[in-house]
Design a protein around this ligand. Sequence first.
Ligand code: F3S
Length: 389
Amino acid sequence: MYLTKDEERILSGEEGYGRQKAMELLVALGTIYDADHLIPITSAHLSGVSYKTIGDGGISFLAEISRDTRVEVPTTLNPAGMDLRRWKEMGVDEEFAERQLEIISYYERMGVIVSCTCTPYLTVNKPHQGDTISWAESSALSYANSVIGARTNREGGPGALAAAIIGKTPNYGLHITENRKPTIIIKAKIKAGVFSHSLLGYAVGKIVSGGIPYFTGIHPNADELKTMAAAMASSGSVAMFHVEGLTPESNHFDLSHLEKVEVTDEELKEVCESLTSGTDPELIALGCPHLSIEEMRWLAAELAQAKKNKDVDVWFCTSRYMTEKCPRETEILERLGKVVCDTCMVVAPIEKRYRFTGTNSAKACCYLPTLCSQKVTCADAIRLLEMVI
Ligand code: F3S
């Protein structure tokens, strides 16, 4: 991969340890993927925030790299392992909290915005069509590529951090127009709604694996697109998709030679059953990906008169930004459960407190058994909330 004189200098260590390590990582990635050069980015989004997922090894790495380094572009953070303010109410222990706060302090030292959400595009990191970005968090980067029309590869936490520190990323994969073309047509015949689109995403991720699906027959709203992106990235490794007549690059490519696969509500019913391992949750967790303003408003309207009658905990996972935008809705939802910020049901250590979780997110259903040792009820939000009121 070609490096400019300035980039060579960073690689030699002349600009400090942190920048040298970041450049080494970008050069390694660029070499593996046959990139020709580095291209400037306008923003980064980092995963690798929860102490549960990065552990003590991650802390040592961040302590070292943050000593003499700052990020070059606006950079946001994925959810941490706890609500940074209300962690005691979540049942998180002191030792975990201490380590989690240490992680956050290293990111802050590098100038990263402590947003702690998987929906940065709804908060303070809003790319534009055509922007080159370096994002980790599979649901967010897929949304950015597909719905916004920005360009990012499916970065891991270290790759996105290295790009944030240098302000550049290797030019390969989804940064190149040719690689953004659809690989299969999905003819979807399904009901509207976030839950249906989550199941659709899960079904399609299994079908296409790492391909780029082109959807026909659906007209999803922003929340449906958000949940589809998340689910496809969990059951497959989908980093981009198109929706006919809706997403910005959907009419850029020739589709005539593509295989077509039909997905109907019948298949989604089977997906839902396959993700369900019981019907008696101790925790109901909504907001994977984090709840948007529209979802907060909808839930608050649905639950305005509701009273909690059963001994089941409820988490509404969202960004702190969203609770500040929706104080009235937050108050209503707090009557029924906790509006949990900065974290989610998957990256928080819920296994220390619960064994059985209900959620309307196929992505969460995919990860809860393996990452959190949970049995799972997969159902739509209203059905789940009826188990509480
Ligand atoms: Fe976000 Fe956690 Fe789901 S990071 S996409 S709420 S697993």
